[in-house]
Design a protein around this ligand. Structure first.
Ligand code: ZN
Ligand code: FE
Length: 255
């Protein structure tokens, strides 16, 4: 049985996620932009938080950790590579780490680019990928610490997952990301359709996440840098994929 999954809007445009295993009662939160909305969602479902999973060290993903820890005594999990910049960790993780949340085996992958120590949590049985500020809906995180080449390699890890996986990323940036994507692929029918769907969701005040990986593969330019049409669109026909990736990421910074 898949874990129950709840999207929790936080701050101005962040998302935290709650997953719950009914049989064991284990409940984990992925990232803690602020404690209040997460405590509210736990209360509404009558769930007891057991685990706090952290993707990376930025304030808008960890600010509420100490409050949540104090209120719930949950165990805190995060990257061994970033212990100096993360809240105190009870468990440290690296590429290939595996642990259980009830019936679900969580797989950790390192996802550098946005920050060096950024990790993602995969829950293959349930079909969830918690990507925070690495793979985002219609885009990818800004390169604050890593290189374009690192982020391109990170994107390739996600592209290889099952297309049915639900991507759970950290921000509601989808509309702006797709506006940029449309400058590269104005005639992509999947992109045109998605822009309309996202506009409808946002007009209703609803999150555009989670989203299936297959939608990302069809519309997210950072997952499409191997396509000759996309290379040509940025004047780099024949260039290698990582070079095209770097050019697209640089253009987005100025968009
Ligand atoms: Zn971040
Ligand atoms: Fe963020």
């Amino acid at each position: 049985m898949p874990l129950e999954l709840i999207t929790v809007p936080c701050l101005a445009d962040n998302y935290a996620y709650l997953v719950h295993d009914r049989a064991s009662g284990r409940t984990a939160v992925i990232d803690v932009p602020e404690a209040g909305p997460i405590l509210g969602a736990l209360d509404a479902h009558r769930w007891r938080l057991t685990d706090i999973l952290i993707t990376h060290h930025h304030d808008d993903h960890i600010q509420g950790v100490e409050t949540l820890r104090a209120c719930t005594h949950a165990r805190v999990w995060g990257a061994a590579a970033d212990t100096l910049r993360l809240p105190r960790l009870d468990e440290t993780l690296a590429e290939g780490s595996r642990f259980q949340i009830g019936s679900e085996e969580v797989h950790v992958i390192e996802a550098p680019g946005h920050t060096i120590g950024h990790i993602a949590f995969l829950m293959p049985t349930s079909g969830y990928a918690f990507t925070a500020d690495s793979l985002m809906a219609g885009g990818c995180g800004r390169l604050f610490e890593g290189t374009a080449r690192q982020m391109h390699a990170t994107m390739q890890k996600f592209a290889a997952l099952l297309p049915e996986m639900l991507i759970c990323s950290g921000h509601e940036y989808t509309a702006a990301n797709l506006r940029f994507a449309a400058t590269l692929e104005p005639d992509n029918p999947a992109l045109i359709l998605r822009i309309a769907e996202v506009a409808t969701l946002r007009a209703q005040g609803r999150p555009t996440l989670p989203v299936k990986l297959e939608v990302e593969l069809a519309t997210n330019p950072y997952l499409r840098v191997h396509l000759p049409a996309l290379k040509a669109a940025v004047g780099l026909g024949g260039a290698d994929d990582a070079t095209v990736f770097a050019e697209i990421r640089a253009r987005k910074d100025k968009f």
